[in-house]
Write a new protein. Structure first.
Lengths: 305, 390, 317
């Protein structure tokens, strides 16, 4: 157990957490302000990845492809909001759950029809090697990029929410929707915009994670659940909560996956340790969520006052 | 309310509109993984199988062949349902196609119960080679352990002092590392089982780096392998450690996805593109002509499976209703395999050679596996002694 | 629903095996019955109780695994394995419900989902019982008056279980307990104000549904003689929800109609090629879930009462 190992796993957890944050941020705002459970959020993440994969091929540039995929996905998100999702704001949660579950099915198949079951997406050649962070400590350059972009987006979102007029309206809406409406906030336009931003954030995560994981149909479902866990932990409607929750979940998941099998390996056979370790590590995020809810039923930083 | 009525009416209609099974053709139920990150494997097997049928004039053993193709979507329960449908409804004469042992193990009991023969173009797990060997199971590929045993022997030959091993946590994964350890005499720096279908190996790679082995052995088929190797190279580990894999983990599908970072990887397999026999030369040429890509070892197995069935049907002169005769004919395996000589052990797993290959460039500058030596000659498997079959 | 119609359907279902030679379709019908049972059990908490639980697959899965483990360990008697499995599911529902029902809204959904995923990962790690690969059973349970191994016998057993459950649901819905549950669904604050111990009623409802779900799981594992962790995954809960909403949430036959429709449609699309459709969309058979998604969305947006609801309205009109 060297400090290099610990540092590396910490960076891995941070990387994963920041990507989770990108998904959770959009999700928590939609839920917090529009009071809508959107299961199709993971599908926007998938769409972002597929669009990026295509655009990278077309433009022959990783950066350009990813950058273009963001507004493209945002547009799709806004179209989705204006057509289908808007009708769900007034409905009960069950209807929202079912309708967006239906959207997952539809979007999965639509992507499969348009693109096929998967698309190749490789990290840019310049970043496909390691970087020597400290003497003797190497870390994949690409993952550092992800951490960088994730942190930058987080900072940007903070500025947006805390320092701009739109951000103030968003915070007002999250805190008390009726009051915000009464104060003259154009809710419809705000919602559509919010949705677009959320979709764009998903696209960033999808495009960046694409080279590491696979760009394939159904990639949204697993990460969607974790995103929900994050916003429940962080507090619905709170961006700060989403960031804290995401980093927490990312670290817990990665460090659990890394060290639990080792810990178990001290006592059990490798095959048992390798089964129990990751199983319990995956569950740790949920256990964390249940624990947080027990002490703070509204999450760590609930937006609603 | 009226629903069960409608449903049963629909079913009755569907049932009576099904054509009855004629004995003048051979029906093959082909179920494989044709979607998802590991679809390339199933697609290769299917393409090669269908190529063999096509080169035979759409026939197997003289009878017109009808191949029903199904996609198990990498899900055991889907594979099982498709097997049930093929066997009980479509009354296929042979079942074949599965890539993954877990899906196959969930599905073939249906075949065994209904006395339908399963010819495996890939999965050949150890339980079916030993204690649970079954007269209706024929492996046209290689025993699951074989490549790993050969790789382990190679690691011993090269004198690597420590090896770090990774495999997914399922039967074939367990078999693979057991097989490697059976012939590797050095020390095991780590033995890690990952999740089946896992794609992000950052945590595991950090452990590998900390363990500092001389070589890393992985059994990660399909998409898992692609991701691992990419991330392995991205983490800079390929400079410090030699990557050894079983043959299919360095095969054309992986090479296509990973590219030049694969150069210099050593692997072990029972077949290679450059094996020098007439059947193989024809196979590689025809496959490339038809599908515009080089075949993987999976394709070679799918092709051989079709040839094997073809030889058996020909041997019984088309009387495939006599399952016992078909079994005997299969066991005799009188066909020209693309791997050279082919013969079955008494547990209906093959006895064959295993070669050492390295990823290099061919005359056209393409990345391919080149055969550089023979690791085992006429090797069977480690489980045959537990099999009660004669 | 009219008693006459119910009896007619029942008679048809009873007569079906006598007319059907192809055992594959008996097997398929049995599968519909099992899923109908699972969907009906979910309908109890979803439709009648108003509790959006994404964890129902956990109870179905518990029933499936416990009964399979008994057989795998050599205890093949249904009289032991089956009640044990149902009891285990009820116990799981009690524990999960006790914790989850203290929350509501999205927190309830997330906690039920979290528990279901925990069970999924737990079962996945049980390598002794197959883990990822699942558990194949040598035979179905023994000891019943009929040999469960035969497709016909299994069909009747599944039918009996389903009929018993639907009948039970009907009695429950009209009983005092059922009325209180529906009152709680309508307006929880009011029910509490009136003095009902809301938490206890909901928990009881949850446990009943869990037990019934467990029975469905027992039959599911028994039917295929195979069980694997996917049966516990949250997307399975989603599928059951789709069945309930399709058939009619909160309606007696909602689960049955939904299961029959969904599974029937899936089979129809996958196995019976419609040539003119194939001419337009060559691979349509592989994209069946697109159709399911569209239908589901349409129902949620335009016909929230599902198929049973549509029939009910028409009858009244």
């Amino acid at each position: 157990m060297s400090w290099v190992l610990i540092l590396e796993q910490f960076l891995n957890g941070l990387q994963f957490g920041l990507m989770l944050f990108l998904l959770a941020a959009g999700l928590t705002l939609v839920f917090g302000i529009m009071d809508m459970i959107n299961l199709a959020h993971g599908s926007l993440y998938m769409l972002g990845a597929f669009l990026a994969a295509t655009l990278v091929q077309v433009t022959d540039s990783f950066a350009l492809g990813v950058l273009l995929a963001v507004p493209a996905t945002a547009v799709v998100g806004m179209l989705l909001e204006m057509s289908v999702l808007r009708t769900l704001y007034e409905r009960d949660h069950l209807s929202q759950v079912l309708a967006t579950f239906a959207l997952i099915l539809i979007l999965n198949e639509a992507v499969r029809i348009i693109w096929g079951p998967d698309m190749p997406l490789s990290m840019p050649a310049a970043l496909s090697g390691p970087v020597e962070l400290l003497p003797g400590m190497f870390y994949p350059a690409y993952r550092l990029l992800i951490i960088g972009v994730g942190a930058a987006v987080a900072a940007l979102l903070y500025l947006l929410v805390a320092r701009t007029r739109i951000g103030m309206q968003v915070r007002a809406g999250a805190s008390n929707r009726e009051m915000a409406l009464a104060m003259g906030v154009d809710i419809r336009r705000l919602f559509t915009l919010l949705f677009g931003v959320g979709a764009g954030l998903c696209a960033v995560a999808g495009a960046l994670l694409g080279p590491l994981l696979a760009v394939q149909v159904g990639m949204g479902e697993n990460i969607l659940i974790l995103a929900f866990v994050v916003i429940v932990i962080g507090g619905i409607g709170s961006i700060r909560g989403a960031l804290v929750g995401a980093v927490l979940v990312g670290l817990v998941d990665t460090i659990g996956r890394a060290f639990l099998p080792m810990l178990f390996g001290l006592f059990f056979q490798p095959r048992v340790a390798s089964a129990a370790g990751p199983a319990i590590a995956s569950v740790l995020a949920y256990v964390l969520m249940v624990a947080v809810l027990y002490f703070r039923p509204r999450g760590l930083f609930p937006a609603r006052g | 309310m009226k629903k069960p009525l409608l449903a049963s009416a629909l079913l009755l209609f569907a049932a009576t509109s099904h054509p009855s099974h004629a004995a003048d053709k051979v029906k093959i139920g082909f179920i494989s993984t044709l979607s998802g990150p590991s679809a390339a494997l199933g697609v290769d097997i299917r393409d090669a199988f269908m190529l063999a049928v096509k080169l035979n004039g759409g026939k197997l053993g003289g009878l017109p062949a009808e191949v029903l193709i199904g996609d198990d979507q990498f899900k055991p329960e889907v594979g099982r349902q498709l097997a049930e449908k093929d066997i009980k409804l479509d009354k296929v004469d042979f079942l074949t196609g599965f890539v993954f042992s877990n899906i196959m193990l969930a599905s073939v009991p249906v075949a065994f119960e209904n006395k339908v023969i399963y010819v495996s173009p890939n999965a050949a797990p150890s339980p079916l080679a030993g204690k649970q060997c079954n007269p209706y199971f024929f492996a046209a590929s290689w025993p699951n352990d074989a490549y790993h045993e050969a790789a382990g022997q190679h690691a011993t030959d090269k004198g690597y002092k420590s090896v770090y091993m990774l495999a997914p946590n399922y039967q074939a994964g367990k078999d693979s590392l057991e097989g490697f350890k059976r012939f590797y005499k050095g020390s095991v720096a780590g033995e890690v089982y990952t999740q089946l279908g896992q794609l992000d190996y950052s945590a595991e790679l950090a452990q590998v780096r900390a363990a500092r082995p001389e070589a890393v052995y992985i059994f990660l088929p399909g998409g898992m392998g692609i991701n691992f190797i990419k991330q392995f190279v991205a983490a800079g580990l390929s400079k410090d450690m030699q990557l050894i894999t079983p043959g299919f983990s360095s095969d054309q599908d992986i090479i296509r996805a990973v590219g030049d970072p694969m150069l210099g990887t050593f692997d072990a397999a029972h077949w290679a593109l450059d094996l020098d026999n007439a059947a193989n030369r024809k196979f590689v040429a025809e496959f490339e002509k038809e599908y515009k890509r080089l075949p993987t070892v999976y394709a070679s197995q799918g092709y051989d499976a079709a040839l094997l069935i073809d030889s058996a049907v020909r041997e019984v002169k088309g009387k495939i209703e006599n399952t016992e005769a078909v079994r005997k004919a299969l066991k005799a395996a009188k066909f020209q395999s693309v791997r050279g000589a082919f013969k079955f052990n008494r547990n209906q797993y093959p006895i064959q050679n295993y070669y050492l290959r390295v990823v290099g460039k061919d005359s056209q500058g393409r990345l391919v596996n080149k055969t550089i030596g023979t690791i085992f000659k006429d090797r069977g498997d480690a489980y045959v002694q537990d099999c009660p079959m004669k | 629903m009219h008693r006459a119609a119910t009896l007619a359907v029942l008679a048809l279902a009873l007569a079906f095996p006598l007319a059907m030679q192809e055992t594959y379709y008996l097997s398929f019908a049995s599968r519909i019955f099992v899923y109908a049972l699972a969907a009906t059990s979910l309908n109890l908490i979803l439709g009648y109780g108003g509790m959006i639980s994404f964890g129902h697959a956990a109870f179905v899965g518990t029933g499936a695994y416990v009964s399979s483990i008994f057989i795998a360990e050599g205890i093949t008697s249904a009289w032991i394995g089956w009640p044990a499995a149902v009891a285990a599911s009820a116990l799981a529902a009690l524990v999960i419900g006790a914790v989850s029902l203290r929350t509501r809204g999205v927190y309830f959904i997330m906690i039920t989902l979290a528990f279901a995923q925990m069970m999924f990962f737990l079962v996945n790690s049980m390598k002794a019982y197959g883990g990822d690969e699942g558990l194949s059973l040598p035979a179905r349970a023994s000891g019943l008056p009929v040999d469960l191994g035969g497709d016909v016998a299994f069909y009747y057993v599944a039918l009996a279980a389903l009929a018993a459950c639907v009948y039970g649901l009907r009695r429950l819905a009209h009983s005092r307990f059922g009325r209180v549950i529906q009152a709680i669904r309508e307006n929880e604050a009011r029910a509490e104000a009136i003095g009902f111990p809301v938490y206890r009623y909901k928990l009881a409802c949850f446990v009943l549904a869990g037990a019934a779900g467990g029975l469905a799981g027992v039959l599911l594992a028994s039917h295929g003689k195979y069980v694997n962790p996917n049966v516990l995954h949250w997307t399975q809960s989603g599928t059951l929800m789709v069945m309930v909403i399709l058939g009619g949430v909160g309606r007696l036959w909602g689960g049955v109609i939904g299961a029959a429709t969904l599974l029937g449609l899936e089979d129809l699309i996958a196995n019976h090629r419609v040539e003119w459709l194939a001419a337009m969309l060559p691979n349509y058979q592989q994209h069946a879930s697109l159709g399911v998604g569209v239908v589901l969305l349409a129902i949620v947006l335009f016909a929230p009462q599902g198929i049973a609801g549509a029939f009910a309205r028409r009858r009244r009109a």
